[in-house]
Design a protein around this ligand. Structure first.
Ligand code: SF4
Ligand code: SF4
Length: 441
C-alpha cells in the first residue's frame, strides 16, 4: 500500500497557490496544525470560493488526509468572514478537529505569514517556513488535488476565474496546457479590442500578451484589461524604466515602508531604503539593498501606498534577484536577528479589499464569476515539463503516441525535487521538447 507522500508525488500535486512547491515534500514530516488557506484576496478572483462551495467534502477530506499523515491534532480553514456561502457549505462537513477562522476583508490576508499569524498567533521566522512553528499551510485547490491523489487521480486540470472585460465572467476547470486565447474564448471572448491579460490577479499577477501561452497547474485566473489602463501600463514597465523613474522621483516619504504588511509584522523589510539604494553606490548601496530580502512582492507599496506611482515592489524583486546572484543573500539567522516586534499600528493599517479594488480601476467588475460545471476540452494543449520548483519532468512519450487523459507523459526526475506530468486531453502527441504538445483525436 503506497503512503500519502508517494500518492501525492505520483499524482503530480504542487502548491497551486504560489510558486509550485512539490506538495509531497511539504507533507513529508510532522506538524501540529494544518491550515487550509482560503483567504483568497486578489480582487475579482474567486476560484477558491467556488471550490469550497462546490466541493466542501473533498477539501475537508484532503485536509484530514494530511492531518492524519502529519499527526496534526488541529485543522484550521482560514477564510474571509464575508464569504458566507463558502463558510455555510463547509460547516455541514466540519469534523470536531477542524475549525473555521474568519478573516477580515483586507489585502494581503492570504499571504502565508499573515494567515499563520492571525489564525494561530505564531510568527514564522524571517526567511523561514510555517513548519518551523509547527504549521503546514495548504492552498484550497491543492487540498482538492490531494484528495484526488488518494483516489489515484492525477492533476490534469486547473480551476481558473476569467474576469474583467469579457463577455461572460466565469470560473471553471480547464485542461492544463490549454492556451490563454482558448480559455478566453470559453468566456465568450474580450469585449474590447486592444487588451492584455493580467494573469494571477491584479495585485501579484503579471501581464500576458501572447495568447498562445499555456495555462499551468499554478494558474488561478486572469483579468482582461485595456492595454492602456493604468494598471496594465504600470505592470508592463521595463526594469530600466521603473528604476530610472524611481531614482529621480522618490522623495523618501517612506509611505511604502509604513504600509508594508511584512514590515508591520516586524520583518526586516524597508522598501524606501531599497529605493534609496538606487541613488547610492558602493558599500552604502549594498547595505541598503538587504532591506529587500524579506519582501513577499504583495505590491501594496507600488499599487496602494506610493503617492508618486513608483514601483518599490519591483525594485525589491529585482534587488532580491541581484542579492542571490552576487552571493549577498542573508542567512535566515541573520534575517531573524533583524526582526522586531509586530508594529503597534498594524491593525489600523489594513488595506480594505473593496477600496483597493476601486483604486485598481476594477470597481465596475464587482459581479460574480460563477461556476461553469460543464466539462471543458481543448483541441490542442501545450504542457510544460517545468510547472513547479525543482527539476523538470522527463518525457516518457514520443511523437505519434496516443494518450488518454490522466496518462503519464513525463516522469519525475529522480535526481532531485521534481513531479510527474500527465496528459490533460485524449489525443496524439505532436511534439516533445521542453513542452509536450497533444492534439485531440
Ligand atoms: S512611497 Fe514612493 S516616494 Fe515614498 S519613499 Fe516609497 S517609493 Fe519613495
Ligand atoms: S511588495 Fe512592497 S509592500 Fe509588499 S512586502 Fe514587498 S516591500 Fe512590502
Amino acid at each position: 500500500m503506497r503512503n500519502l507522500v508517494q500518492k501525492v508525488l505520483d499524482a503530480g500535486v504542487v502548491g497551486a497557490g504560489g510558486a509550485g512547491f512539490p506538495t509531497y515534500k511539504k507533507i513529508d514530516g510532522m506538524a501540529e496544525i494544518v491550515i487550509a488557506n482560503g483567504a483568497e484576496c486578489e480582487p475579482l478572483l474567486c476560484k477558491d470560493q467556488i471550490l469550497m462551495q462546490n466541493y466542501p467534502a473533498e477539501i475537508i477530506k484532503g485536509m484530514l488526509e494530511i492531518m492524519q499523515h502529519m499527526q496534526a491534532k488541529k485543522g484550521i480553514i482560514a477564510i474571509k468572514g464575508k464569504n458566507r456561502k463558502s463558510i455555510q457549505a463547509l460547516l455541514s462537513h466540519l469534523p470536531a478537529n477542524i475549525n473555521i477562522f474568519e478573516m477580515d476583508d483586507v489585502y494581503p490576508a492570504g499571504d502565508e505569514y499573515e494567515v499563520v499569524y492571525h489564525s494561530t498567533g505564531r510568527r514564522i521566522p524571517a526567511g523561514g517556513i510555517p513548519l518551523q512553528v509547527g504549521v503546514v499551510v495548504q492552498n484550497i485547490e491543492t487540498l482538492f488535488n490531494i484528495q484526488n491523489a488518494v483516489n489515484g487521480i492525477p492533476v490534469t486540470h486547473s480551476i481558473l476565474t476569467v474576469h474583467g472585460h469579457v463577455q461572460t465572467p466565469l470560473t471553471t476547470w480547464f485542461p492544463i496546457g490549454m492556451s490563454y486565447g482558448d480559455v478566453l474564448e470559453i468566456a465568450g471572448g474580450a469585449t474590447i479590442d486592444d487588451f492584455v491579460l493580467i494573469s494571477g490577479g491584479a495585485m501579484m499577477g503579471h501581464v500576458v500578451t501572447d495568447l498562445s501561452t499555456p495555462i499551468t497547474r499554478l494558474s488561478s485566473g486572469f483579468i482582461v484589461m485595456p492595454r492602456e489602463a493604468k494598471l496594465s501600463r504600470r505592470k508592463s514597465q521595463s526594469e530600466q524604466t521603473f528604476k530610472r523613474i524611481g531614482k529621480s522621483a522618490c522623495d523618501q516619504c517612506s509611505l511604502c515602508t509604513e504600509m508594508c504588511p511584512r514590515y508591520l509584522l516586524g520583518y526586516p523589510i524597508q522598501p524606501h531604503l531599497v529605493m534609496r539604494s538606487l541613488l547610492t553606490t558602493g558599500e552604502m548601496s549594498e547595505t541598503l539593498t538587504s532591506w529587500a530580502q524579506a519582501c513577499c512582492e504583495c505590491n501594496i507599496c507600488t499599487l496602494w501606498a506610493c503617492p508618486e506611482d513608483l514601483d518599490p515592489s519591483n525594485v525589491c524583486a529585482t534587488t532580491k534577484r541581484d542579492l542571490r546572484k552576487h552571493d549577498k543573500w542573508l542567512s535566515p539567522e541573520q534575517l531573524q536577528n533583524l526582526t522586531r516586534d509586530v508594529h503597534p499600528l498594524k491593525e489600523y493599517r489594513n488595506v480594505p479589499t473593496k477600496r483597493l479594488t476601486q483604486r485598481l480601476g476594477l470597481g465596475k467588475f464587482q459581479n460574480d464569476a460563477p461556476f461553469k460545471s460543464e466539462k471543458i476540452t481543448a483541441q490542442l494543449v501545450t504542457i510544460p515539463l517545468q510547472q513547479h520548483i525543482g527539476k523538470p519532468a522527463i518525457p516518457v512519450v514520443q511523437v505519434g503516441d496516443k494518450v488518454q487523459t490522466g496518462a503519464l507523459i513525463a516522469k519525475a526526475d529522480s535526481g532531485g525535487l521534481s513531479v510527474p506530468v500527465h496528459a490533460s486531453i485524449n489525443g496524439t502527441v505532436k511534439s516533445v521538447d521542453d513542452t509536450i504538445i497533444i492534439e485531440k483525436n
